[in-house]
Each structure stands twice: as structure tokens, then as C-alpha cells.
Design a protein around this ligand. Structure first.
Ligand SMILES: Cc1ncc(COP(=O)(O)O)c(C=O)c1O
Length: 364
């Protein structure tokens, strides 16, 4: 039995000396923020790594979503998924828009494109799907519907860095994708996020919005806010970026180990990775009932293993901030889904320990 508690995730961190070496330059230059050289270097290096053109680093993933809405200048109803983190919802509302929920597919856990058209009203301005757990949405079907009705598409790609669709970074789909570089994400800058777009004009606009609406000459040309990233966060990103490929590879291997070991387990199922290209950033299991989930959680917690009910509850049920509308599939899945510990430092014996605990449940 491992000595320490095993949490659902643990940040991937480059060796401290690699981080401090980059920080030496920050101290020498005395530049801490305002699109400093490390922020620019981080953006360029991420573009190279993902083979994308434009990556605007910002303070966090929530701000990235808000900036995407602001940059597209939309006001009205935004169709989104009830199976997400509350930030998707709050970002829409903070931008003065109204979230309209569209239920999910029970297998991929992503927004169901076949239900989208029924959610469109004269007030609809955009669709905001989430690539849940880094699993690509049906981007082509969503694109077709958006084009048919003249809607913008903003992907909440908080989980999706490193995911691909037809061999291309998933972050390049939609008008803008917003990703998170939070400590728990596959690639992190402690707190952080980014907007990704293929559109050069939108790219320039996003950079202005990030910097109070300033243009290059420092005139205020539009409404912006402070979304700037510090050099310290960028330094951490640059240190961690060196490990990006090995983290991706490690996640896939550990995902495979869980999947192989738990595949014959009657009473649980897995998210369907319909289009391939997932980054394997999470390992969710879906129990047949909430009762089974609670039993498993209790058993694991007793042994100091702490999986996470994620996403739970479905956000359409958060009546403190939205008016409830029934979303049967998302609400049902949210009650039965549990994410198992999965991170770079998770040791082989720890993963085996978790598997054995779950298998005990199967045989009980
Ligand atoms: C689906 C989703 N959207 C948005 C966010 C917000 O990202 P951040 O924590 O970087 O603000 C998260 C955070 O985990 C998330 O899971």
C-alpha cells in the first residue's frame, strides 16, 4: 500500500533548477509583465509544438473564454453543454450572454450535434461546445450547423491541448478555441490559459483585448481588460514545455493500463473516443449506478485514494446561477462518472494498487 494519499491529479513540474535558470533572465532584465520576452517565446514555442499559427497566452482559461466572446463581439444566446465545469457558464454570463443548454451524447460525453438545431432561436449568436476530457467533439457537424445559421463557434478547449482532429491540432477548430493552462492540466503555467484562432484579425484583436484595448501605439482603440501573463508564469511554461511530448506519451500509456485492466468489469463503461486524437488527459469511468460509484469512492477513500466526481453536478442544475432546465443525459452521466488518478508522477505500483482496489469491488 502506498504511503501517501493519491489525489486525482498532480501538476507536472519540470525540475526546479530548469525553472530557476530561466528565472535568472527575468531578474537580469527586470521585466515582469506586459508581453515580456518570455511570454512571446512561450507563445512561439507552443505554436511550433502544436503546429499552429496563433496562440495568445492569457491569465487563465476562464478569461480566455470571456476574451473569445468579446473578440467575436457577440451578444445573445450561446448554446453550450450542461456537462462541463462551471467556468464555461460563468464566462458566458460575465460577457452578458445567456447560456442555452443542449444535452450531450451518452457515449462521447460531448454536445450532441443532432440536438443543436432544436436549440437555435432568433437570439442565438454562438455555439460553445466543450471537448470533454480532451475528446474531440464532432467538429465537422458543428461547423456545418454554425455555417447554416450564421453562428460563431467558440470551443471551450480547456482540456484539449495536445488533442488532434484529422492530424491537426484540435485547438484550430471553431472561430476561437479557449484552452486552460491551469496547474491540473496536461501542460501548465500554474494558472494560465490561451486563445487560439486561425484568423489573423481576431488574433490581433485578442492581443489588444488582453492589454486593456491598447493598440501597438498604446492608444485605446477598443474595450479590453487585463488578461496579461507574467514572465514568471511564462518561465514555468517554458520549463514545462520541454516535457510536453513525454507527458502526452505517459498519459496515453497509463490510460491504456487502466483501460486494459478494467475492460472486463461489468457495471462500468468508458467514454467513447469516436474520432481518435484525444490527449488522454483524464481517465473517467462511468458506473451503471450512482450507488456503485459511491461504493467505489468510499473504498478508494478508505485507502487514501481520492478520485474526483467530475463533472458533477451537471451545470444546468446550478440553480444559484441559472434557471434549471432538464438535461436528462448530462444529469444522469454526471451522477455516475468518476475520474481516476492520472498524472505524470503516478507510479506504476500506485496505479496497480488503484486497479486492484477496483477489481476487489468487482468481485465483492
Ligand atoms: C471545461 C472547463 N472550462 C473552463 C475551465 C476554466 O479554466 P481555468 O481554471 O484555467 O480558468 C475549466 C477548468 O478546469 C474547465 O474544466
Amino acid at each position: 500500500m502506498p504511503n501517501n494519499p493519491i489525489f486525482v491529479t498532480k501538476p507536472t513540474l519540470a525540475p526546479l533548477e530548469e525553472f530557476t535558470e530561466i528565472l535568472n533572465g527575468v531578474w537580469d532584465r527586470g521585466i515582469l509583465t506586459h508581453n515580456g520576452p518570455l511570454v512571446q517565446e512561450l507563445e512561439q514555442e507552443v505554436c511550433k509544438k502544436l503546429n499552429i499559427n496563433h496562440f495568445v497566452a492569457v491569465t487563465n482559461g476562464t478569461i480566455a473564454i470571456q476574451m473569445a466572446i468579446k473578440a467575436l463581439g457577440v451578444k445573445g444566446e450561446i448554446i453550450t453543454t450542461p456537462f462541463t465545469w462551471v467556468a464555461t457558464l460563468s464566462a458566458i454570463q460575465w460577457e452578458g450572454c445567456t447560456p442555452v443548454f443542449c444535452d450531450i451524447e451518452p457515449d462521447t460525453l460531448n454536445i450532441d450535434p443532432t440536438q443543436l438545431e432544436a436549440c437555435i432561436t432568433p437570439n442565438t449568436v454562438a455555439i460553445m461546445p466543450v471537448h470533454v476530457f480532451g475528446n474531440p467533439c464532432d467538429v465537422e457537424a458543428i461547423d456545418l450547423i454554425a455555417k447554416k445559421y450564421g453562428l460563431k463557434v467558440i470551443y471551450d478547449a480547456a482540456h484539449a491541448i495536445g488533442s488532434t482532429y484529422k492530424g491537426q491540432s484540435l485547438l484550430e477548430y471553431g472561430n476561437i478555441s479557449a484552452t486552460s493552462l491551469h496547474a491540473t492540466k496536461l501542460f501548465n503555467t500554474a494558472e494560465g490559459g490561451a486563445c487560439i484562432t486561425k484568423d489573423l484579425e481576431l488574433f490581433e484583436k485578442l492581443k489588444r483585448i488582453r492589454f486593456f484595448g491598447h493598440d501597438q501605439k498604446k492608444a485605446i482603440v477598443e474595450e479590453g481588460f487585463n488578461g496579461k501573463v507574467t514572465e514568471v508564469h511564462a518561465a514555468l511554461g517554458l520549463a514545462n514545455l520541454k516535457y510536453f511530448d513525454s507527458v502526452l506519451k505517459d498519459r496515453k500509456a497509463k490510460y491504456g493500463i487502466y483501460k486494459d485492466a478494467l475492460s472486463g468489469f461489468e457495471g462500468i463503461s468508458f467514454q467513447e473516443l469516436k474520432f481518435g486524437g484525444a490527449n488522454y488527459s483524464y481517465f473517467p469511468i462511468i458506473f451503471d449506478s450512482e450507488e456503485q460509484l459511491l461504493n467505489a469512492e468510499q473504498l478508494l477513500n478508505k485507502e487514501k485514494v481520492y478520485p474526483r466526481r467530475y463533472f458533477y453536478p451537471a451545470v444546468n442544475t446550478l440553480e444559484a446561477i441559472v434557471t434549471y432546465k432538464e438535461m436528462p443525459i448530462a444529469e444522469d452521466i454526471a451522477k455516475r462518472i468518476l475520474c481516476l488518478p492520472l498524472y505524470y508522477d503516478l507510479k506504476e505500483e500506485e496505479q496497480e494498487f488503484i486497479i486492484q482496489l477496483l477489481l476487489k469491488l468487482k468481485n465483492s
